[in-house]
Design a protein around this ligand. Structure first.
Ligand code: FAD
Length: 118
């Protein structure tokens, strides 16, 4: 796309739909990996992967639902499409099992420990 060319609303929405699908599949694979590790090596070894999905999936859901609300305009904020309720549910999952920051701190600690042992 040439610099300065106006971007149509349709292009923006299509980009967001594509990005949403990419983010959903990334989250799905991250979740399957965590689940597989929990089954094979146990929850203790899989604690970084568990923390990662607790951050990644609700954040992904918030972004995807937020884009859907934006595409629907003001109607997306009401009760007709269920998007506002879906957003509220996804948003509370960024707190309910511990805030994002706590999970990120744990991931960072585990990451640093890996490298300090090397
Ligand atoms: C719908 C819902 C269901 C819940 N269900 C349960 C449940 O079943 N069992 C249960 O035990 N609890 C449950 N909770 C509580 C939930 O775990 C807490 O709300 C959450 O841990 C945040 O604690 P707080 O609300 O006291 O906020 P605070 O601890 O005051 O945190 C406020 C903000 O401060 C920051 N923060 C806090 N701690 C840190 C830290 N260590 N490092 C960096 N930043 C930090 C974060 O930005 C955080 O969002 C639930 C909460 C909700 C909203």
């Amino acid at each position: 796309m040439a610099f300065g060319k106006p971007v149509s609303e349709q292009t923006v929405t299509q980009e967001r739909i594509a990005e949403s699908r990419i983010m959903i599949e990334q989250s799905r694979l991250l979740t399957l990996n965590a689940a597989s590790m929990m089954d094979t090596v146990g929850n203790r070894v899989a604690k970084a992967e568990i923390a990662m999905i607790k951050v990644a999936v609700p954040n992904m859901a918030c972004q995807v639902i937020d884009w859907a609300i934006q595409a629907h305009g003001g109607a997306g904020t009401g009760n007709d499409f269920g998007l506002a309720a879906a957003y509220a549910t996804a948003r509370l999952l960024r707190l309910a099992d511990g805030p994002d920051e706590v999970h990120r701190n744990q991931i960072a600690r585990l990451e640093l420990r890996k490298h300090s042992n090397a």
